[in-house]
Design a protein around this ligand. Structure first.
Ligand code: HEM
Length: 232
């Protein structure tokens, strides 16, 4: 095993495992795809995209409990004081290099994952009262299904607003601190001086990741079998 594979090489440190990166970039692709398939009434694809997002978010939540160090909520969720202090450092252009999410970004991660989960669950209960209804829409009364539909239509735009804020934060890091956060999210490797002295984060077991991903996908598939794709 090379130094890099173990996590350390000069000023380089492996910070993001492939599972976090896969989940992230798959969601980045699936979000606009879900919007486009809904806008163009390709609901068979919209449902598939929704089940994929549900599986990825459920997997990411589980991975946030038992996965790699940098993926764990307990590691990156800090109190509001730490988050504010980080933002103040950022304003003064002196934020320390973070191995994983910073104290402010961690809350945005939780918010985005939470909103995506709400959006996917609301979709399961949604009903357009014409051709298309989620697999669980008929399992609740009409008032709940109508509430879920309105949540599903509105929360999407809240996700877009948060995603824009999230991207602006990434751009701010680049402009204010000259730090590229995107490259580590693509390659998994963070480069910065002095990182060779930092203890490498422990990466989670690939077997466990595969089991969790399979479990989350099976759960989403099972939900999809609870009702026909659309009922007339
Ligand atoms: C092209 C657009 C995007 C870019 C360049 C981007 C970039 C990044 C980067 C660099 C990080 C790591 C931040 C850090 O170092 O702490 C990150 C994390 C994250 N991003 Fe994005 N992002 C994009 C779009 C999105 C969208 C659309 C969503 C969801 C709606 C999203 C959700 C997340 C989440 C949940 C994380 C945490 C990853 C994890 O811990 O699993 N991102 N993103």
């Amino acid at each position: 095993m090379t130094m890099l594979e173990r996590g350390v090489s000069g000023g380089r440190l492996k910070v993001w495992d492939p599972w976090v990166r896969l989940t992230h970039w798959a969601i980045v692709l699936l979000l606009p795809f879900s919007w486009w398939t809904a806008e163009t009434s390709r609901f068979d694809l919209h449902f598939l995209s929704g089940y994929a997002i549900l599986s990825l978010v459920l997997f990411r939540i589980a991975w946030g409990i038992v996965g790699s160090d940098t993926a764990r909520f307990a590691r990156f969720l800090k109190g509001p004081v730490a988050a504010m202090r980080h933002l103040a450092h950022l304003r003064r252009r002196e934020a320390p290099v973070d191995i994983g999410h910073n104290a402010a970004g961690g809350w945005m991660v939780l918010l985005l994952l939470g909103l995506l989960l709400v959006q996917a669950i609301a979709g399961l209960f949604s009903d357009d009262l014409i051709f298309t209804r989620g697999p669980l829409a008929r399992r609740v009364d009409e008032a709940w299904s109508s509430l879920a539909t309105s949540v599903h239509l509105r929360v999407f735009w809240v996700i877009v607003a948060c995603a824009v804020l999230h991207i602006l934060a990434v751009v701010a890091y680049r402009v204010l601190l000259g730090r590229n956060l995107v490259r580590p999210m693509v390659t998994g490797v963070l480069q910065a001086p002095g990182l060779d002295r930092a203890p490498p984060p422990r990466m989670g077991s690939p077997l466990l990741a595969l089991v969790l991903l399979a479990g989350a996908s099976t759960f989403s598939w099972w939900i999809s079998t609870l009702a026909p794709l659309s009922a007339f």
